[in-house]
Each structure stands twice: as structure tokens, then as C-alpha cells.
Design a protein around this ligand. Structure first.
Ligand code: FRU
Length: 526
């Protein structure tokens, strides 16, 4: 094994001075008590209390972004599933609303989607205004306990008051189980060509596409995926979106997102995707490799918003920031799990394939409070970015570009978050292995699960371009969007005291820091 002469020599020392002298104190100042816990995300959505998993029913309507989510309010572990609900006008600040959907005699309310039925195809609209329609899985827990397998079916509900109250359709289920054990997580979208609704449904080791004229009657169109892509676990939470290819005027491709658990590239849950064509009936895959939307361990159930206005035109996704390997035992207090930041998705053409790239939505700028910029510098061994932070440094946004000097190019470099307990988190690039990594071997608490600790990687080979990294660091999470979002890694961590320091490191050679901008972010819970 390689030995590193770590952090011994400070050749260049830079202290990061924010351009505003406003001091926000610790991250918890002015924040309601329940959002002031050590591991409470300050710029990510987490439920007020109780258990949360997948984002559900994300839809935009009349100035509001709706985030529904898998929710069990009575405990911090998974249980009878409800749809929790929050709304936002900017996807950053969320207002918690009452639970939208409760379990009923047909079962728990599992994951699904929501659409605005603009043409009133369902007849659920009222007074000339379209209904918001939720399409979800009914999971019959009693049936499961009795050993039945056909326990999942799809139901719908509608709201005529901007998602505040819901009426479940009295003829549920609208799609009965055809004898499949796993038959869930409907994602519905309007297909402009066929003028029908398309439901993408996860069915064990494949997806099925169903169509409907009215959201109430569904017909099977086709299936995709048996023996194609990653199959280390069950397919869940699929999504089907069409995206323009960046820089190729007029060219659009379809992206089929398929979450999988377990079987992710670093263990447990993860999000894979396929690119190709969809003719309104059938998906034709053009991906030749297995591709992942995020190679960190803590992005799952990533799906997109419906009904983002065409004038906006973005495709925006949110994932659940955890992993089924340990989600139920992480050391948080009255709540468990947070969502990723909303991400804008785009498609990039590279080496004869299409890469799904992600960046935090531009609304993150609303949270930028103080800005600091570092001058270009040569980094050898350690480069302190801030030696004076006497408080947890998060939430913070960090954008930097590095290049390799021709002669002494570093073999391994990155950013280290650390605290006074000797704990750290490393986010870096290993040039010999051609991979980005997150190393949470010593990032604090981990004995709650054997699967938590470790070094997790995302392959990437440079072709001489600068290394670009964009990081969003919150109380217990980091999201890396590197190389213009072509490499994405999301990981959570639980230091025994907040990380108070941040530095760059470079092993076995130098790197050139070309630019570095840091924004202190404000909490969304003030
Ligand atoms: C994915 C998932 C879905 C299911 C839901 C249940 O995390 O297993 O397939 O609908 O969670 O909470």
C-alpha cells in the first residue's frame, strides 16, 4: 500500500477571509430548536420529525414547487408509509404542510408521482381549474404478512386546492397487480406525440410502460430492462425524461432513470440511467455501459419534477440522501434522512455516449451570504483555506479549479474537512487510479453499520482539462459536482464534533490552484 506524507508541510498558507464581516455565529443561531441539532442539514430539506425516504410527487404548480415524500411520522425508522408534504417558491426554503396521503384499507402509500392534469383528462378538475393528480403504489402489508405476492397495485388521488387536501379515487386501484411481487413507483408524464399519459413502473428486474388517456385506465405498452444494465438488486423509482443534448442544436435524447437497491457501484442503493429513444410506446436503449447518475453512497430514488413550465425549461431532480444499508440506524435525533439539493440535469455527448450531468439549481445563489476568493497559488502538501474558523464551517459552497503543473504533477489531491478530534473527510482525485473519491474512513461515528465507513470512488480519466470541483457542504453531507457536473458524488457523515477546518492537500507533487471561490450559505430554517 502507498504511504502518504500527509499534512506535514505548509508551503503556502492562505487564510480565507470572507468579503463581508457579518458574523452569523454558529450554524444553529436563530434556527428553531428542532432544526438546530448537530447533524441537521441547514440547506437541505429534512422532515420536521420522524422517518423520511424517497421524494415523491414532485410537481410545480402556480408558483409552488411541491415535494411529497415517503413519511412515517410516528417513528424514526421505516413504517406505515404516508406522503409527507412541503412546498417552496424557490426549491431552497421549504414550508412544511400537513400530511397529504395516509395509509388506507388498500395499503401503505408507497412512492409515486404527481401531475397537473391541464386538459382535465381525468375529469377531476373543478371550476375550470386543473386538478393535481397523484399516482402512487398501494402496498398491502397484511397481504405481505399472509405470504401473498400480488400485494402492490397503483392508485390515484386528486387535489383541487393546490395539494392542500386530497381525495382518493373511489375506484382504486387503477392498475391491478398482474402477479408480480415488485410492481411499484409509478412515474407519470404526458407524451406529446401520442397525447397520452405514460406511466413508467418498476417491476422487479425491469420497467413496464403503460399508457392512459385519463389517468384511470391503463394499458401495457412495453417493457424494458431484463438482463440490461445493473441488476445487483431490485429496480425501483424509475423515471423517463427527454433532454436536449448540450451544444447539439435540435438533438434530444430520452433518459430512463432506474434506481436500484442493492447493487450500487459503491454498495447498496444507487441511481443508474440509460439513454436512447422513446417513441411513445417503447424505449430503445443506446447506452453500451452501465451508467450512474451519482456515484456517492448517499443518493437514491432520484426522480424529476413534473410540470416545470416550458418557459423555464429545466429538468430538475431530487434524490433521497441516504442508503438502505444504514438509513434506519444513522445517529440523527428526532428525524431521519434528508433530500439532496434540487439538481438541474443535462445531457452531454462524450466519446460516443451521452452523460447525464447534474448541477445544483441556480436558486442556491439565494443562500449565498458571504463570499471569499483565493488568489491562484501552487499547492504542495497542505494549503490551509481557513485556519481561523472557530465554528462549524457549514453550510458552505465551494467552487475551485485546479490544473496539473507539467513537471511535478500531484498523484492525489483534494479537500479535507477536519475537526479538533482528528476526524476528517477527504474529497479528492487519485490520478493513478483515474478516479474521484470520498474517504469517510475517519469521518466520525460509523459503528452503527459495517457498511458506512470506507473510500468510495467514481471513475474519471482526464484529457488535460482543468479539474473543476463544485462542493456543497452541509452539517452532515457533501455533494460533489465535478467536471461541470459529469462526476457527481453525494455522501453523508457524522463527525463527533462539527468540522471546523478546511484545507487543500496534494500528495507526491504539486497542483496549481487556478481559482477558488467560497460562499458561506445561510440556513434555510431561519
Ligand atoms: C425505494 C422504495 C420504493 C418504495 C418505497 C417504500 O426506496 O423501496 O420502491 O415505494 O421505498 O417506502
Amino acid at each position: 500500500m502507498k504511504t502518504f506524507n500527509l499534512f506535514l508541510l505548509i508551503l503556502v498558507s492562505g487564510s480565507l477571509l470572507f468579503s463581508s464581516c457579518k458574523n452569523t455565529g454558529t450554524k444553529t443561531k436563530d434556527v428553531p430548536a428542532q432544526y438546530a441539532e448537530l447533524y441537521r442539514p441547514q440547506v437541505h430539506f429534512s422532515p420536521p420529525s420522524g422517518w423520511m425516504n424517497d421524494p415523491n410527487g414532485m410537481v410545480y404548480f402556480e408558483g409552488e414547487y411541491h415535494l411529497f415524500y415517503q413519511y412515517y411520522p410516528d417513528s424514526t425508522v421505516w413504517g406505515p408509509m404516508h406522503w409527507g408534504h412541503a412546498v417552496s417558491t424557490d426549491m431552497m426554503h421549504w414550508q412544511n404542510l400537513p400530511i397529504a396521503l395516509y395509509p388506507d384499507s388498500l395499503g401503505f402509500i408507497f412512492s409515486g408521482s404527481a401531475v397537473i392534469d391541464v386538459n382535465n383528462t381525468s375529469g377531476f378538475g373543478k371550476d375550470g381549474k386543473p386538478a393535481m393528480v397523484a399516482i402512487f403504489t398501494l402496498h398491502d402489508m397484511k397481504g405481505q404478512k399472509a405470504g401473498k405476492t400480488d400485494i402492490e397495485s397503483e392508485g390515484i388521488a386528486y387535489s383541487n386546492d393546490k395539494g392542500r387536501t386530497w381525495i382518493k379515487y373511489d375506484k382504486n386501484p387503477v392498475l391491478k397487480n398482474p402477479g408480480q411481487k415488485d410492481f411499484r413507483d409509478p412515474k407519470v408524464s404526458w407524451n406529446k406525440e401520442t397525447k397520452k399519459w405514460i406511466m413508467t413502473l418498476a417491476v422487479g428486474d425491469h420497467v413496464c410502460f403503460y399508457s392512459s388517456a385519463n389517468l384511470k385506465e391503463w394499458a401495457l405498452e412495453s417493457e424494458f430492462g431484463k438482463g440490461i444494465g445493473a441488476h445487483g438488486g431490485v429496480w425501483e423509482c424509475p423515471d423517463l425524461v427527454q433532454l436536449p443534448v448540450t451544444g447539439k442544436a435540435g438533438l434530444k435524447k430520452w433518459v430512463l432513470i432506474v434506481n436500484i437497491n442493492p447493487g450500487g457501484p459503491n454498495g447498496g442503493s444507487a441511481t443508474q440511467y440509460f439513454t436512447g429513444e422513446f417513441d411513445g410506446h417503447k424505449f430503445t436503449n443506446e447506452s453500451t455501459d452501465i451508467q450512474w447518475a451519482d456515484q456517492g453512497k448517499d443518493n437514491y430514488a432520484l426522480v424529476t419534477f413534473s410540470n416545470i413550465p416550458e418557459s423555464d425549461g429545466r429538468c430538475i431532480a431530487i434524490g433521497w440522501m441516504s442508503n438502505w444499508q444504514y438509513a434506519q440506524v444513522v445517529p440523527t435525533g428526532v428525524w431521519r434522512s434528508a433530500m439532496t439539493l434540487p439538481r438541474e440535469l443535462s445531457l452531454v455527448s462524450e466519446n460516443n455516449k451521452y452523460i447525464l450531468a447534474s448541477q445544483p439549481v441556480k436558486e442556491i445563489q439565494l443562500l449565498r451570504e458571504r463570499k471569499a476568493e483565493l488568489k491562484p497559488a501552487l499547492v504542495k502538501d497542505v494549503f490551509d483555506l481557513d485556519q481561523n474558523l472557530a465554528q462549524p464551517l457549514y453550510p458552505i459552497e465551494y467552487q475551485l479549479a485546479l490544473t496539473f503543473p507539467k513537471t511535478e504533477a500531484s498523484s492525489d489531491f483534494g479537500i479535507e474537512l477536519y475537526n479538533t478530534k482528528g476526524e476528517n473527510l477527504l474529497i479528492g482525485y487519485d490520478k493513478n487510479k483515474n478516479e474521484f473519491y470520498m474517504n469517510r474512513e475517519k469521518a466520525g461515528l460509523s459503528d452503527f453499520s459495517k457498511d458506512f465507513k470506507g473510500i468510495h470512488t467514481s471513475p474519471f480519466t482526464f484529457s488535460g482539462e482543468p479539474v473543476e470541483m463544485h462542493l456543497i457542504i452541509d452539517a452532515a453531507s457533501v455533494e460533489l459536482f465535478a467536471m461541470q457536473g459529469r462526476v457527481v458524488m453525494t455522501e453523508i457523515f457524522f463527525p463527533s464534533e462539527g468540522f471546523t477546518g478546511i484545507r487543500l492537500y496534494s500528495r507526491n507533487g504539486n497542483i496549481q490552484l487556478d481559482s477558488c471561490t467560497v460562499y458561506k450559505l445561510t440556513t434555510i430554517w431561519k
